[in-house]
Design a protein around this ligand. Structure first.
Ligand SMILES: [Cu+2]
Length: 200
């Protein structure tokens, strides 16, 4: 359209009055588009913040859990099992001088106590373990704990039958060294049912 034609029709400028000029329509479209984009961005931002909040909450819980498990809560527990194969599941325990320890022994075997009982006896440093075991063999009435040598015992869990558990809380010696433990049921020590608690 020539400017002369437009001037004849009383139209000023490139657009007819009373109707939004083309570029205004474009602006509306652009504004609407931008509005939608902004709404979309807002939604995305909301989802992102929600995700961040969730992740942060998850981390927070994990931190709380690890803090709880790290908090001191009584003696350190050492779980030992023994069954019909006459072996302790744990034969080496490392400990700090004077540390509080709880040993839990579980007999997960199936044979009767009279045939396959298990106990856990921790001896003082320097005790003759073979001599102690020999004396225990003669002490059936006291579940193979020789009364005469009771002074050589640091801690003990009494004889257990199948599917029975016993435990003992004790303070590890303050003197670094090796402290032997054994099962005093006849022949079990000789079969290898023994281990060492090392204080260092
Ligand atoms: Cu045993």
């Amino acid at each position: 359209m020539s400017p002369i034609y437009l001037a004849k029709r009383g139209i000023r400028g490139p657009f007819r009055p009373g109707r939004p000029p083309k570029n205004t329509l474009f602006r509306f479209a652009l504004a609407r588009h931008l509005g939608e984009r902004a709404r979309l961005m807002k939604t995305r931002l909301f989802i992102a913040s929600a995700l961040v909040a969730l992740i942060t909450a998850g981390c927070g819980q994990k931190d709380a859990a690890s803090t709880a498990s790290a908090a001191p809560s009584g003696p350190r527990t050492i779980e030992i099992t023994a069954g019909d194969t006459m072996k302790y599941s744990v034969t080496a325990i490392d400990a700090s001088p004077g540390e509080e320890i709880k040993v839990v022994l579980t007999n997960n075997g199936s044979q009767p106590k009279e045939v396959m009982g298990h106990n856990w006896v921790l001896l003082k440093a320097g005790t003759d373990i073979a001599a102690f075991d020999a004396a225990a063999l003669m002490a059936k009435e006291t579940d193979y704990i020789p009364a005469a040598l009771a002074g050589q015992i640091l801690a003990k869990i009494d004889l257990l039958g199948p599917r029975k558990s016993g435990e003992v809380d004790f303070k590890v010696p303050t003197v670094p060294g090796e402290y032997h433990f054994l099962c005093t049921f006849p022949a079990h020590f000789q079969t290898g049912m023994t281990g060492v608690l090392t204080v260092k």
